[in-house]
Design a protein around this ligand. Structure first.
Ligand code: UDP
Ligand code: MN
Length: 276
């Protein structure tokens, strides 16, 4: 019955996972995703990019979407992609939309466990702020006034269906891009603006969403199983990567393969790790 199906706990099949990428990252970042966590969520994961790639399109069963957005790291281009992701999510009818950047490792079982604890019919915005303070912008609809709101970093966040339906008039059909242009904000800020400012739903901070804005090397190996996302980055000579044993640094400079094998040691690729 309707009641029973409503009470059914959320499972992986209820989640729409969208990953933003770009043609310039297909051979590097996207390959790492395809070799690791994607293998646990093939049916649920879609990649939003700016270039056709027949090989990846085929190996993902058509889950590579060319948004036709311009291939640049500009506010407009990022909002354009997120806008296409949002519309694809609405069409999917799934309980949850979870968005991730392509330099992000997603711990699929932990993600499912997290979402089980929240009702998809209620309004939920789960993620982690990039800033230690709320965002402040000029209120374009009220000159001279300021608007403040929190937003989750675009590296990883989830939105419930209940909330997404309320976002539809503001974000659906390409409107997310229009708001971004009006406010001159990047895509993750626009999402925060719509949810916190326009819809008055607060961001729920989830500690386990780890991005490269944090000191990833400080996370203890024993704590990795509890994290929902992990990432990597390099600023000049300084690397910010997870400190985990596994493949050599030459074989796995980002540590993403080693993280994956630490969590799921039975994967075929993990047998290649040489145990000292
Ligand atoms: N990205 C993109 N087009 C670009 C550059 C980046 O779509 O021209 C995507 C990239 O694939 C990633 C996200 O935007 O998913 C964030 O990019 P990146 O990690 O390079 O920058 P950050 O914001 O983390 O500094
Ligand atoms: Mn990044």
């Amino acid at each position: 019955s309707q009641r029973l199906s409503h009470a059914r706990p959320t499972e992986l099949g209820d989640i729409f996972i969208s990953v933003k990428t770009s043609g310039k990252f297909h051979a590097t970042r996207l390959q790492l995703v395809l070799q690791t966590w994607y293998l646990l969520a093939r049916e649920q994961t879609y990649f939003f990019t700016d270039k056709d790639d027949p090989a990846i399109s085929q190996s993902t069963g058509g889950h590579l979407v060319n948004t036709n957005c311009t291939p640049s790291h500009t506010r407009q281009s990022l909002c354009c992609k997120t806008s296409v992701e949002f519309d694809a999510y609405l069409a999917s009818k799934k309980r949850w939309m979870c968005h991730f950047d392509d330099d992000t490792y997603v711990n699929i079982p932990e993600l499912v466990d997290l979402l089980k604890r929240y009702k998809h019919t209620e309004d939920w915005y789960l993620g982690k702020p990039s800033l230690r303070h709320p965002m402040e912008v000029n209120d374009v609809y009220n000159p001279g006034a300021k608007v403040t709101f929190w937003f989750a970093t675009g590296s990883g966040f989830c939105v419930s269906r209940g909330l997404a339906l309320k976002m539809m008039p503001h974000a659906g059909g390409g409107r997310l891009k229009a708001i971004g242009d009006k406010l001159r904000l990047p895509d993750d800020c626009v999402i925060g603006y719509i949810i916190e400012h326009l819809l008055k739903t607060q961001l729920t901070v989830i500690e386990g969403f780890r991005s490269h804005l944090e000191a990833l090397w400080l996370i203890k190996s024993t704590q990795l199983k509890k994290q929902i996302t992990l990432s990597y980055s390099k600023y000049g000579d300084k690397e910010n990567v997870v400190n985990v044993a596994g493949f050599s640094h030459e074989e796995d400079p980002t540590r993403m393969k080693s993280v994956h094998c630490h969590l799921f040691s039975t994967f075929r690729e993990c047998k290649k790790i040489q145990h000292a």
